[in-house]
Design a protein around this ligand. Structure first.
Ligand SMILES: NC(=O)c1ccc[n+]([C@@H]2O[C@H](COP(=O)([O-])OP(=O)(O)OC[C@H]3O[C@@H](n4cnc5c(N)ncnc54)[C@H](O)[C@@H]3O)[C@@H](O)[C@H]2O)c1
Length: 438
């Protein structure tokens, strides 16, 4: 592509999507893509597919579709590979996940049956609620990483893919604090060789991907690439990385509403969030150690958006609680209740109630698509390391250690679109607008 901005390689050939975990999110994503290829549905919720970007002045009326503006990979060029601890192919796994209707799945049966998961790198120490048989064996974590590298290279050859992206759609692992082994690439590699406890399965996949120069997105709240060792590897191999934890459901709502309260200087005295969820993700999150990882990810959002230190009269003392309860009858159809105690003029109290009957994986699938397409774009544009412009998609966006994460959905969107404008050498939009009048 000839660029005014930075040089971006053309997206020629197939783009391989490597999915860790073939559960509700992955199968809803893959089936959705196959349905879209056949004209059976539209990529609703995908900014990369349906979004536009305004260029120049409002009077110029230049509003191209994002997909055309930055030339993203085509949906028809996406091919999939996955790992899971269960042997079910994508058709069976999608049926079990129970997100999409059987009628639609039957029409995609051949494509979905062809996706059979490879043996996983898994250790139930890191996901206590699951026990699988379809798991790789090796003496060391280093050897496991080499087996993953073999899997990836075989897939690349068999499917003749020219580029790849890896997305963690596996279960939430138990909470792990950053320790010494995460502090440098050298220490991480030693940790892989001597089976360090603080190197969970997700890091073994990420190590394999980054080593092969494959961009990595983390859809769950586990640390995974959010440690100095992986930032070092990403820099060294010039690979884009991003995470953590897809921003869907209740946290999506939070990052839409909290900026509004702050914008109008309405105070907050409490925000109580509770959910019922009946899919496997809900079951895994019943384990307090996996829930702790999730809770950390969900709780920090309000503090960053509301800035209690900057607005002490409004936000210094709010009570924030998040609960998730496993409730099988609802399957993937989560129900969330939020109660907000807010206050206005002279401190008079008011309440807001939100009852969101959402479909978790229906909200997550377009995020997987966008992350795949944008990470591939970042790689072709020569961007590497943490991709903060993709914070839009995450509950706990990764940033450099000296920066605080940006959680406000609208600032995140502006950042994303300005990054696209930057890539194509278009002017940044400040929304000042004075020049129309003076
Ligand atoms: N759906 C959402 O809205 C949403 C939002 C944010 C984050 N997430 C996260 O995305 C992840 C996937 O969610 P889901 O609803 O698809 O869950 P799921 O339980 O349906 O699927 C996860 C799959 O990962 C597999 N798995 C676990 N560990 C693995 C490993 N080491 N290697 C390979 N496979 C492994 C499991 O067997 C399972 O099939 C979860 O961590 C969840 O917390 C989902």
């Amino acid at each position: 592509m000839i660029e005014k901005g930075i040089k971006i390689e053309n997206p020629t050939g197939k783009l391989g999507v490597l999915l860790i975990g073939l559960g509700a999110v992955s199968t809803t994503f893959i089936a959705g893509i196959e349905a879209i290829k056949k004209g059976l549905g539209k990529p609703i919720g995908s900014l990369a597919q349906m979004g536009t970007v305004r260029l120049g002045k409002r009077t110029e009326k230049r509003v191209p579709r994002i997909a055309e503006f930055v030339s993203l990979a085509e949906i028809d060029d996406l091919v999939f590979a996955a790992w899971d601890i269960f042997e079910d192919d994508a058709y069976t796994a999608a049926g079990k996940a129970g997100v999409l209707e059987n009628d639609l799945l039957r029409r995609l049966k051949a494509e979905l049956e062809a996706i059979r998961p490879m043996k996983a790198v898994f250790d139930s120490r890191y996901v206590k609620k699951l026990h699988g048989e379809h798991v790789k064996e090796a003496k060391t974590k280093w050897d496991l990483a080499q087996q993953l590298i073999d899997d990836i290279q075989r897939f690349q050859k068999e499917k003749n893919v020219s580029r790849m992206v890896m997305v963690w759609c596996g279960s939430t692992e138990v909470f792990i604090d950053q320790t010494e082994v995460h502090q440098s690439l050298e220490k991480l590699e030693a940790g892989l060789r001597n089976n360090d406890e603080d190197v969970p399965s997700s890091m073994i996949y990420a190590y394999a991907a980054l080593n092969l120069g494959i961009p990595f997105a983390n859809g769950a709240p586990n640390l995974t690439v959010d440690v100095p060792a992986f930032c070092e590897l990403a820099e060294q191999k010039r690979v884009p990385i991003c995470g953590k934890d897809f921003k869907t459901g209740q946290t999506l709502m939070k990052t839409m509403i909290a900026p509004g309260l702050k914008a109008r200087l309405l105070g907050l005295s409490g925000w109580f969030s509770t959910n019922i969820l009946g899919n496997r993700d809900g079951e895994v999150l019943e384990d307090p150690e996996s829930f702790k990882t999730k809770e950390e990810s969900k709780l920090s959002v309000l503090d960053y958006i509301l800035q209690p230190d900057v607005y002490p009269d409004l936000f210094s003392d709010f009570y924030h609680q998040v609960r998730i309860n496993y409730y099988p009858p609802r399957k993937d159809n989560k129900e969330g209740w939020d109660n907000l105690d807010i206050f206005g003029w002279l401190g008079y109290p008011m309440q807001i109630k939100i009852n969101f009957l959402c479909r978790d994986s229906i909200l997550a699938a377009p995020l997987v698509l966008d992350l795949v397409l944008f990470l591939d774009l970042a790689k072709r544009a020569g961007l590497y390391g943490i991709q903060e412009w993709l914070s839009f998609y995450f509950k706990s966006p990764m940033t450099l250690p000296e920066l605080y994460p940006e959680h406000d959905l609208f600032i995140q969107l502006m950042k994303l679109k300005n990054t696209l404008r930057y890539m194509r050498g278009e002017e940044q939009i400040t929304h000042l607008g004075l020049d129309y009048y003076q």
